[in-house]
Write a protein that binds this ligand. Structure first.
Ligand code: PLP
Length: 283
């Protein structure tokens, strides 16, 4: 495997950053994960636009143009012969003597890109059965709209889910509403067939998959409502699912050990999964 590190393509096992990198010291960085399908990037433009926004919100300088970044992303995919999989891009505030305030102007951001294959057949098999989700109290900082590498609450929630035999953990705000998953956006379908997902302005990351799924759902004529839903509503739902670039649409069939709907992937989630790539942009 080959990784890109600050201008060089290196064997994966030698691909490292400096111990004083602010990504390592402070989790002072942002990232993107883009699905690779048939060797091409899915919704790359939107991922690069969101990267720009994350960088801007944290006042990390833009490391290179979209064209240059895109070339690196494609090259890493190519060098790793990834047909189906994902490409990971991380930008940190760079290497500087450990000190909390920003490093001196001119400190170059660090850029790392890796790619790996995913087993699509295995993932489709998982989707055909659906996954389990647990709920955990929301304990993240309010700026979850920034795709930061600072992910400790997400790591702990995901581990808790794993230990409970679940795929994902949904964060629950003090008012009882679900914000999102540790690495996915959260959705339910009400018994009267309305699709609900939390507004992007309200305590979630604006998932690229979420944006595209909203377009797919609209195009297919489903009733949509961007509003927060409670855990109680999720328990009363006929379907639930999660979305992210790596898993696209993944049906949820169990919530905190209780079956969602009939306990099998619902027709709407299944249709959205099937139709997703008709609406996403590949490059
Ligand atoms: N929410 C969180 C917290 C995430 O980490 C992710 C993806 O990693 C998502 C939502 C889904 O975003 P996307 O669809 O852009 O992958």
């Amino acid at each position: 495997r080959i990784a890109y590190v600050n201008g060089r393509y290196l064997p994966h096992r030698h691909a490292s950053v400096h111990v004083e990198d602010r990504g390592y010291q402070f989790a002072d960085g942002v990232y993107e994960v883009c699905e690779v399908l048939g060797g091409r990037l899915v919704d790359e433009r939107r991922h690069l636009e969101r990267l720009d926004r994350s960088l801007r919100e944290l006042a990390i300088p833009t490391p290179m143009t979209h064209a240059a970044l895109s070339a690196v992303l494609h090259e890493v995919v190519r060098r790793n012969s990834v047909t189906d999989g994902m490409v990971y891009l991380q930008v940190t505030r760079g290497v500087a003597r450990r000190d909390h305030p920003f490093p001196p102007p001119g400190t170059a951001p660090s850029v790392v890109v890796t790619a790996r294959r995913t087993d699509r057949a295995a993932q489709d098999a998982t989707a055909a059965k659906g996954v389990a989700v647990i709920t955990v109290p929301e304990n993240r900082w309010p700026r979850v709209d920034i795709k930061s590498t600072s992910l400790l609450p997400n790591v702990l929630a995901k581990q808790q889910a794993k230990e409970a035999g679940a795929r994902e953990a949904w964060f629950v705000a003090p008012d009882g509403t679900v914000t999102e998953g540790a690495s996915t956006n959260a959705w339910i379908v009400t018994p009267d067939r309305r699709i609900l997902t939390r507004p992007a302005e309200g305590g979630i990351l604006r998932g690229i998959t979420r944006t595209v799924v909203l377009e797919v759902a609209k195009a297919l004529g489903y009733q949509l409502e961007e509003r927060a839903f409670t855990v109680a509503e999720a328990h009363a739902a006929s379907e639930a699912f999660i979305t992210a670039a790596t898993t696209v649409v993944m049906p949820v069939v169990r919530l905190d050990g209780v079956l969602v709907g009939q306990g099998v992937p619902g027709p709407i989630a299944t249709t959205l999964r099937l139709k997703f790539h008709d609406f996403s942009e590949v490059s």
